[in-house]
Design a protein around this ligand. Structure first.
Ligand code: HEC
Length: 300
């Protein structure tokens, strides 16, 4: 028995070691990107490319189309520099809207491959959205789709995303060809209010985290303070760049938006290095920057 145990342990050790060696050998690195993962031939999923280094990694993968399903508004300049098409189809953690479903399928069907689909970290939403499109096009089986969710690390707490894959219908190519949803480079806001509603949504998540000493909630493992701040920052930038969204812009309106953006950027930059009392102070300043404008131009 003893000998058998030793022998078994030896076999396990052998498997474990060779497995590890193989993993290290076959794990290419993609500087600037995390969780890069092939969903099928010509379709990759991963984290948000933010730097030139990240786009260089995408170039090495020969990526022609980048699809963001994250809420933050993508910056087109790097994608243009690297001659990649970059479209924005944000989805929520609780699921994918019918319009977005059509857009995703259409994008996967029509846009040049290889495709890189990303959210923030590349674990939950990008994997689910990519798998959803591939399954709807009949490119992968449901069984494969579900195992890809597991391999990609899509958390079971995001049950809406899992449900989408369980219930997705396979469309015929003629049905897909008939889809005619626009594929925007950035989601457009039709009103100032809709921009603010979105800011409010992300702000609420931050308030919740603040109440829990800035811990990541168990029911939302992908939530990260600096990323949420980044999303709000991208919306404030959009507001500054779109004066037409707020008719009769008062003189100091843009200045008030700039002030809020400044507070966001400062908190984002220092969040991981400052202690709680200072954090409280910065949060209060940020909150004030929102209130200053609301008191003047919203709550009259
Ligand atoms: C420069 C002015 C300005 C700044 C800065 C500003 N807001 Fe607003 N916000 C408005 C105005 C104006 C409205 C009302 C829009 C409407 O109803 O048409 C509004 C509405 C809102 C709403 C309500 C949306 C709804 O459901 O009707 C929320 C939530 C919100 N803002 C959050 C924020 C947060 C959070 C910040 C700070 C990070 C912020 N705002 C910064 C001007 C501002």
């Amino acid at each position: 028995m003893k000998i058998l145990c030793k022998c078994m342990a030896g076999i396990f050790l052998f498997i474990a070691c060779t497995g590890e060696v193989q993993k290290q050998k076959s794990l290419p690195s993609y500087p600037g990107l995390e969780n890069v993962f092939a969903l099928s031939s010509g379709v990759w999923s991963g984290s948000q490319p933010k730097t030139a280094e990240a786009f260089l990694s995408l170039e090495k993968l020969k990526i022609k189309t980048v699809i963001s399903v994250d809420q933050s508004l993508p910056s087109q300049s790097l994608a243009q520099e690297y001659k990649m098409k970059y479209i924005h189809l944000p989805i929520h953690y609780y699921g994918i809207s019918p319009k977005r479903e059509k857009q995703l399928i259409q994008a996967f069907f029509r846009l040049p491959k290889p495709i890189y689909i990303h959210c923030f970290r590349g674990q939950h939403r990008s994997v689910a959205a990519g798998v959803f499109a591939l399954l709807s096009m009949g490119n992968i089986t449901r069984e494969r789709a579900l195992s890809l969710l597991k391999e990609g690390g899509t958390s079971p707490v995001y049950s809406g995303l899992h449900r989408k894959i369980e219930q997705a219908k396979v469309l015929s190519s003629s049905m897909i060809e008939e889809l005619e949803e626009p594929l925007p480079e950035k989601v457009e806001f039709t009103s100032f209010r809709s921009l603010m509603v979105n800011i409010g949504r992300h702000y609420k998540q931050l308030q919740k985290m603040k109440e829990q000493s800035w811990q990541t909630p168990a029911d939302h493992p992908d939530l990260q303070v600096t990323h949420q701040l980044g999303v709000i920052q991208s919306y404030l930038t959009k507001a500054i760049e779109s004066p037409q969204l707020f008719e009769e812009q008062p003189e100091d309106f843009s200045e008030l938006l700039q002030k809020a953006k400044k507070e966001i950027l400062s908190l984002q930059k220092d969040f991981s290095s400052i202690q709680l009392p200072e954090l409280e102070k910065r949060w209060w300043k940020l909150d004030q920057s929102c209130q200053n404008c609301h008191q003047k131009y919203r709550d009259e």
